[in-house]
Design a protein. Structure first.
Length: 184
């Protein structure tokens, strides 16, 4: 039983609770807001208790990013066409901007060093391959097509969020993305 303040506290699943609290903190205020102390305060435990489940802040950030990739993959799961994929991808990025920013900020070393993050990221890549390269060339040409579309999406989303790419509203922005992707 962990103690917080003067009251005893037992947490049924501290790993899951800390991950959910970390996800919520990042979603609300960005990755900069996440600290072990902030997560611990949110769930009512001492920050030291979190180290049983997360080696450090970076490990918790990677776990939050993994959960983000899982949520993105779930959103992409039913996308049977490139247009549906683009709508689902953009929808996730616009609905969860801080989570999306964290996901894209994890470098290859962070991804490789966190098995759940690696698996979740590869799930998104696999879904990308399945949908974005339908009826396209194989091998390097197929990979290049997917990278080009993913870069287009990520770049356009970044420009849109910063205000440098303007669209009257979200449906217009999504329509613009679809138009750009058809040129690719």
């Amino acid at each position: 039983m962990a103690r917080h303040g003067n009251s005893p506290y037992h947490h049924g699943d501290l790993g899951e609770a800390s991950l959910a609290a970390g996800y919520a903190l990042v979603a609300e205020a960005g990755a900069e807001a996440l600290s072990m102390r902030a997560v611990a305060a949110r769930i009512g435990v001492t920050h030291r208790a979190l180290y049983r489940h997360h080696a450090d802040r970076e490990a918790l950030l990677s776990a939050v990013a993994a959960r983000g990739y899982q949520a993105l993959a779930n959103a992409l799961e039913t996308a049977g066409s490139p247009a549906a994929f683009i709508e689902a991808y953009a929808g996730f990025a616009l609905d969860e901007p801080e989570i999306y920013a964290l996901m894209m900020a994890r470098d290859r070393h962070a991804i490789a060093g966190h098995p759940r993050l690696k698996a979740a990221a590869w799930r998104v890549i696999g879904l990308s391959e399945a949908v974005l390269a339908q009826d396209r060339a194989a091998g390097a040409a197929r990979r290049d097509r997917i990278v080009a579309l993913w870069a287009l999406l990520h770049g356009a989303l970044t420009l849109y969020r910063s205000g440098l790419l303007r669209a009257g509203n979200r449906p217009q922005f999504t329509a613009y993305l679809l138009k750009l992707s058809e040129r690719e």
